[in-house]
Design a protein around this ligand. Structure first.
Ligand code: CTP
Length: 407
């Protein structure tokens, strides 16, 4: 992907980098910002420059990277950087930087920027588990969150050296996604924090012989949008992906399946401890009654006999009927070509789910597109029209309803 030229009205992002080994990952974050047309000013601390040098930041951002308040004072008064920013993100944020931010210290350009910023501030911490769990850090994080600063949860995984635990910098893709949401929405809901959600995406394939299958046009984009938005809202996400060719979203557990029977098996297992399940996948209602182990060959002058089909289980109806946990929410999708709302209402009643996202398909609508319009029907009588917009916007609307119902 080539960098998009900066637009004069492009969002102005300050990327602060404090001195942790994960500083190198901020290069990838910076690249994502510049490639999507943001104007980025990098403000590394002196310690960060031990890990990644000034030349790298300047080359990747296309502008000088200053560290101290007295660097280039004639061009960039230190208060202007924070005042003019649309977003300040600090990645990685060390325990020391969290403490400075919480206590309002201002001994270099980054801490000055944090004190003068009137825009949303996102901090992506990275440190050893003991430091993250220390009462001093806990209190600093609580103070910052109380003031409206968005402190992302560190990831769990391999830390510097051999130790593993909580404290890893979230993947640059996840930080970028959080920032993009904050720029677009002005906030970052964490209303799914502590929840486990299971999402199915894509379309199942029912094999006929080793080279052929019965399938459908589902690209998986809507299900993947549900997964990334749920993860950004703090959920633990299991994505059951049926033949989608999209890259695995960062921070999401992806289980790849192909047939309806495989999807059913994976779903029954994943929902055991789930708070909500959303069946966005297009599941084949039928599969060939028999699978030919060798390629079915044509014979000149002989018509191919009809292919016998058998019904696949209705996974959504089964999940609704036997909720794996009390209070578990089940959400279905309905793809309809005619009498969209009437068919949707009948399907909601038939499948006994809590919410049904009804969308019109065919004629170039929904399948494979980046946008979608829908009506959300609730078993409680709710009827919410979601206008045509990005699949992420529809996904967020679904999560709004799920979060409200989970309480
Ligand atoms: N679904 C499922 N198992 C199936 C078929 C569908 O779990 N065997 C789920 C889909 O994931 C979706 C919902 O049921 O959430 C509705 O899918 P849709 O294809 O619109 O409905 P069908 O059940 O196929 O009904 P119809 O053929 O009457 O439109």
């Amino acid at each position: 992907m080539n960098a998009r030229p900066e637009q004069p009205d492009a969002p102005r992002v300050v990327l602060g980098v404090s001195g942790g080994i994960a500083a190198y990952k901020a290069c990838e974050l910076l690249r994502r910002f510049t490639e999507s047309g943001h104007q980025v000013t990098v403000v590394p601390t002196a310690a960060a420059l031990h890990f990644v040098g000034e030349a790298t930041w300047a080359a990747l951002s296309g502008r000088p990277a200053a560290t101290e308040t007295w660097d280039r004072v004639h061009e960039v008064p230190h208060v202007r950087i924070g005042r003019e920013a649309d977003l300040v993100v600090v990645a990685p944020t060390t325990a020391d930087m969290l403490a400075k931010a919480a206590h309002g210290l201002a001994d270099d350009l980054l801490t000055n920027t944090l004190l003068t910023a009137g825009c949303p501030v996102v901090l992506a911490p990275a440190m050893h588990t003991e430091m993250w769990e220390h009462p001093a850090t806990r209190e600093n994080v609580a103070t910052l969150r109380r003031r409206g600063v968005i402190v992302l949860e560190p990831a769990v995984g391999r830390l510097t050296g051999a130790d593993t635990g909580k404290g890893r910098l979230p993947e640059p893709e996840q930080i970028f996604e959080a920032c993009r949401r904050v720029l677009a929405r002005g906030r970052l809901e964490q209303d799914l924090a502590g929840r486990h959600v299971v999402i199915s995406a894509g379309g199942t394939r029912e094999p006929l012989d080793p080279v052929r299958f019965l399938g459908n046009h589902s690209s998986g984009k809507q299900g993947y949008a549900l997964a990334t938005t749920a993860a950004a809202r703090g959920a633990r996400v299991t994505l059951l992906s049926a033949n989608a060719t999209l890259p695995d979203p960062a921070g999401v557990d992806v289980v790849h399946v192909s047939t309806a029977l495989q999807l059913r098996e994976a779903a029954l297992k994943a929902v055991l401890d789930a708070d909500a399940v959303v069946m966005a996948a297009a599941v084949a209602d039928f599969r060939p009654a028999e699978y030919a182990t060798g390629k079915i060959k044509k014979v000149d002058g002989v018509d191919q006999p009809p292919i016998a089909l058998v019904r696949n289980p209705d996974i959504l109806a089964e999940l609704s009927a036997r909720r794996a946990r009390p209070g578990q929410l089940v959400v279905g999708f309905a793809a309809e070509t005619d009498d969209v709302l009437a068919n949707g209402r009948a399907k909601l009643a038939r499948k006994r789910c809590d919410l049904l996202v009804v969308n019109e398909v065919g004629g170039g609508k929904a399948f494979g597109q980046d946008t979608n319009a829908a009506v959300l029907l609730g078993a409680d009588g709710a009827e919410i029209a979601v206008p045509d917009g990005p699949k992420e916007a529809l996904a967020d609307r679904v999560w709004d309803e799920v979060a409200a119902r989970l309480g």
